[in-house]
Each structure stands twice: as C-alpha cells, then as structure tokens.
Design a protein around this ligand. Structure first.
Ligand code: AMP
Ligand code: MN
Ligand code: MN
Length: 319
C-alpha cells in the first residue's frame, strides 16, 4: 500500500514551488473543468518559470476544440517530470490510458473536487463545485499574476461544472469566484454563449429526435434519453454533442433520476446521470463508474436494450 497524504492549499502550493517540471493529466472524455483547470494551471506555472505539459488520452473535440489553448494538450506522453498531477480526477482510472504510467510514478498529486479517495502520494481535495475553484486558490497562493486568459479558462470550468450556475453544487463561493474572474478579465459572455446557447442546426435536430423517444419509468421518477452512434453519424456530428442532453430529463418536475445513455463504441454505452435528492453515484458505482452524489457517470458494455434494463433495475433498488 502506498502512503498518501492530504494537502491544504498552502501545502499544495509549497509542493508545486519545489518542482521545476510538471506533467498535468486531464481526465479521459474531457470536460470544461478538467481542460480549464489544466490550461489555467499551465499558464500560471509557466509564469513562475516551470516547464509544464498537459496530457489527455482522449482527443479534444466539439466546443472545447474551438479554444486556441487546447492545442497545448498532448495525446501522447513524452518527457521527464518532477511531479505528475491528475486534475479533476475522482479516481485513477479517470486518467484513462495514462493510469498505468501515472501509478508507476513516485511524485504524484491529485487536485480534485469529487470527494473520492486518495490515489496519489499527495492529494489536494476539496468538495467545491469545480476543480477550477481549487486551482484558483492554488494559483493565488503561488502569487501568480492573473490575466484574462487564465481568468477565462478558470471561468470555463466553473461555469460548465455548475451547469451555468444552476446545478445543486452552486453556492455563494461559485458566484463570488465568477465575480472575481470577471474583474480579472474573463470573457464570460463568450464562455456562456459557447457552452450554453450556441447550437448547430443539426444538433438541435438530434435533440428533437432524442426527446421524441424519451422513456419514463417509476411514474416519471426516472427519465431516460438515449443516443445511438447512427443518430450522431446521420446528422454529421461528433460524440461531444451528447453533453448536456441529460439536463432535459433532469428538468422534468417528476424526475428524481435523469439518465442519458449514449453509444460509445460497438456494444458500449456512456451513461450520464443526474439526481434530485437521489444518490446517482451509488448507481454508477454499481457499474464501475463514479462522480458526485447528484451527477455521476459510468460506461456499460452490452446490447442496448440489456444496458437499459440493467439501469432501470438498479435504479429500482433505491428509488
Ligand atoms: P457527465 O455526465 O459526463 O457530465 O459526468 C458527470 C460526473 O460523473 C462527472 O463529475 C464525472 O467526473 C463523473 N463520471 C462520468 N463518467 C464517469 C466514469 N465512467 N467513471 C467515473 N466517473 C465518471
Ligand atoms: Mn470533469
Ligand atoms: Mn469537475
């Protein structure tokens, strides 16, 4: 058993100060929080004269790919580093194909908000609404000079993980941080519009199809949407378009648990779950996934109808 240690923000900043080269790992199937956190960290740490590279085992596509700095993220690992950092990863498997490499390193640090276990030597874990909030505090502690680029990427994570300040994880701290970032020059209008308003015509058509075949269970307490690869291909879209679909289901007033099942390979499905006073993490953990109490995910292999049946059955144990 490796020894692990929880660090405060101050101790985390101290650890980072001692390292001259740092590898950051965004989680597989990256979102705005892991990408925003990594890019803000990389910019801040480079300012302090450190060598920093960002790695992600998954291609950056969709809306995230419209941001210039994502070109800084590498798909293939290279180089030697004093410190390996898993960013926005609730468990080691979130580092995807890099998990073996990560696990074999001596000096590792997790910066995360999922309330998971310590899997690195050092662990900076706070149950904030987004990892970007932890990163903001670390960068402040390090004395980084904030510029509009850093502020914009921090805002990206904050805004996407709080569902544009509407998820149950949103609190006064999230709003206060948004205010601080706006004062530092964050282009919040661009981020809000990109992630929460802009939609391609074909994407909207896909939504219409998905909504038209919504399934409901347990008197409307469980609402399920699904997307087949063929739907995505037919409309000429990529797989990131399924992000956020689950909110339609969650917004139904009777919904306690909202599910979006999207195909992710042959006989493989990515499952997004949201709960209202209902522990969806427990359900996802049953299938080897994880996440937060009210927002979690997993990947299930099998035939489509079998996957749905399993999900409905496992939800049935606790609903
Ligand atoms: P999503 O529905 O993809 O936005 O994911 C919701 C939450 O669940 C995020 O906080 C993810 O970190 C977590 N999550 C999603 N997929 C997985 C998975 N396969 N394993 C563990 N956690 C996951
Ligand atoms: Mn994330
Ligand atoms: Mn996050």
């Amino acid at each position: 058993m490796k020894s692990t240690k929880k660090l405060t923000i101050k101790q985390t900043a101290q650890l980072i100060k001692q390292c001259s080269s740092i590898a950051l790992f965004a989680h597989t199937n990256p979102d705005g929080d892991t990408v925003g956190s990594c890019i803000a960290l990389a910019h801040g740490l480079k300012q302090l004269g450190k060598t920093v590279e960002i790695f992600c085992d998954y291609p950056i596509t969709g809306k995230l790919a419209t941001f210039d700095e994502v070109k800084l993220i590498h798909n293939q690992f290279f180089g030697k580093y004093d410190l390996f950092v898993a960013v926005d990863c609730g468990d080691i498997f979130r580092t995807g194909e890099f998990s073996g490499l990560y696990d074999s390193q001596k000096e590792t640090l997790t910066i995360d908000h999922h309330g998971g276990e310590c899997f690195s030597k050092y662990n900076c874990l706070f149950q904030y609404a987004s990892t970007c909030q932890i990163v903001f505090e670390i960068l402040k502690e390090l004395g980084v000079e904030f510029n509009p680029t850093i502020a914009t990427y921090l805002y990206m994570g904050l805004c996407t993980d709080t569902g544009n300040f509407s998820n149950s994880n949103t609190d006064a701290d999230s709003h206060n941080m948004a205010g601080e970032l706006i004062n530092l020059g964050a282009d919040f209008q661009h981020i809000n519009r990109t992630f929460f308003r802009d939609i391609e015509l074909n994407e909207l058509k896909l939504h219409a199809r998905v909504l038209s075949r919504m399934r409901t269970y347990y008197d409307g307490q469980m609402i399920l949407l699904y997307v087949h690869q063929a739907d995505i291909d037919e409309f000429g879209l990529d797989n990131t378009v399924t992000t956020g679909l689950v909110h339609y289901a969650n917004d139904v007033v009777t919904a306690k648990v909202a599910v979006c099942v999207s195909q992710d390979g042959e006989n493989a499905y990515k499952v997004s779950m949201r709960g209202k006073n209902y522990n969806v993490r427990e359900v996802c953990q049953h299938f080897g996934g994880g996440g937060h109490l009210m927002a979690a995910g997993c990947r299930i292999c099998g035939y489509f109808e079998d996957v749905i049946e399993q999900l409905v059955r496992v939800v049935g144990f606790t609903i």
